[in-house]
Design a protein around this ligand. Structure first.
Ligand code: SF4
Ligand code: SF4
Length: 75
C-alpha cells in the first residue's frame, strides 16, 4: 500500500526514542505532515511501512485518524 502522507503515524503512537507520548504531534512533524528531520529520524521511523492499518484509520481529519488508531490499539 502506498503512504498517503496523512501524518497519523507521527502523532498517534508513542515513540520512546523521541520521548513522544501517544497522541502528541512529533516535534519534527511539519504542517504539511512531512518529517522535518527525515535524515535524522530514528530507526523505528525508518522501518515503518504503510500497511492495512493506514486504510483502517483513514479519515478526513487528524483528530479522527488518531482516534481510530488509538481505538484499534486500545491506547
Ligand atoms: S499512517 Fe500510513 S498513510 Fe499515514 S503517513 Fe503513516 S504510513 Fe503514511
Ligand atoms: S521523526 Fe519524523 S518520521 Fe519520525 S515520528 Fe517524527 S516526524 Fe514522523
Amino acid at each position: 500500500m502506498e503512504c498517503r502522507q496523512c501524518g497519523t503515524c507521527c502523532v498517534a503512537p508513542d515513540i520512546s526514542s523521541l520521548g513522544k507520548p501517544a497522541g502528541v504531534h512529533c516535534r519534527h512533524l511539519g504542517d504539511d505532515f512531512r518529517c522535518r528531520d527525515y535524515d535524522g529520524r530514528p530507526a523505528v521511523c525508518r522501518g515503518y511501512r504503510p500497511d492495512e492499518l493506514c486504510r483502517l484509520i483513514a479519515a478526513p481529519t487528524m483528530d479522527e485518524r488518531v482516534r481510530r488508531y488509538r481505538a484499534i490499539f486500545d491506547i
